[in-house]
Design a protein around this ligand. Sequence first.
Ligand code: PLP
Length: 455
Amino acid sequence: MNITEIAQKDRNAVLHPFTQLKDFATGKLGDPTIVETGKGIRIQDAYGKQLIDGFAGLYCVNVGYGRTEVADAISRQAHRLAYYHSYAAHTTDELAILSDRLVKMAPGKMSKVFYGMSGSDANETQAKLVWYYNNLRGKPTKKKIISRERGYHGCSVVSGSMTGMSFYHDHMDLPFSQIVHTGVPHYYWGATPGETEIEFSARRAEELDELIERLGPDNVGAFIAEPVLGTGGITPPPKGYWQAIQPVLRKHDVLLIADEVITGFGRTGSMFGSLHYGIEPDLITVAKGLTSAYFPLSAAIVGEKVYQVMEDGADRVGAFSHGYTYSGHPIGAAAANAVLDIVETEDLPGNAREVGAFFQDLMKEKFSQLPIVGEVRGVGLMGAVEFVADRDHRKRFDPALKVGARISKAARDRGLIARAMPHGDILGFAPPLVATKSEIEEIVAIAEAAVRAVL
Ligand code: PLP
């Protein structure tokens, strides 16, 4: 089938996520990009045009494209046993091995792993676990879950409500009433004049404390957050943030869910964002990097404290009645084991630390002096450049000017995918964790040319 026919079929029949439907239908967005192959940090479209993927798909292809070790593991498992479920104590060798591995490598005191297919459904599971846990221990009102403005946790009903950016679900009857939001820890925009990062973090923790008091500690079950805010603008926490937040949660007996969907498996330069920032979660959400997106697989990793209550309550309530047809899919487990082998043997957290430090320095060197750049930020191999109309007075551009989107497009025209983040004028980077220093130089050079073209 030729390219025109494929494009036509796509326009006729695919409902694309996060796409302006009218602009796509009428051709204003151009033809769909038909992505055909990928190798290392690059993808190639149907016309043979190569693009550097500076965003690892959607921060997920951490081991890079075209890894035959992973493809072979998937093929072997599909030939041997394509599927069996994990209900009622059925398992496969790959699933048992993966789960043991995750419990041992995850931060905090973890006990069990529950599997899904996406970060969204894993966070949906986390909410149900919080409610189940509190019902079983006789605290049936302790149900509200606090997340942060600009946090991203998915787009299903509960996870979408946790997502603190309303434009993701305007007109879709979210948020769900048990979800409440608290302030985003973004020092650049949120600090008052003269406030230090530590003071700002303490203020955010006090606000959280006040919010829990206002809602009533007996009504608050959990706090969910990304160790590093991702889709809300790739924003590392200010100094002292996690150290200030965690005592508030402990004081009020509120569970901490670390959403490690982006930060899990090396992106920050540590195996988990929680390890990087000294976070001790009760529940951990992972997806994306777990299989480097070679197969859809996510997990809710359950800490001992929560699991023990579930086990102790089983005689009273019967079976744990939650699960998907594809929970613990053997091909997903085989893919994850092959990916984690690469993550460990190639020390991808170490590469993200070393090449990431080079990347952060280079971004600062190339961008921070430009007149339209307000902040350059990041950690490991995730970073962002935020553009402002007035650096001295920290004023945003008029959104109608679409500065971020124009810069992202200019980068793409020059062969680089760097994402215009949905909130503000922000160019985001999250290349595969196998990126080398010379590939980072290429990425930053193209991004600099793109910024200068729009300046
Ligand atoms: N949590 C975080 C931190 C994410 O970044 C995402 C997706 O970007 C999700 C959850 C949702 O994952 P999915 O798109 O696989 O449902």
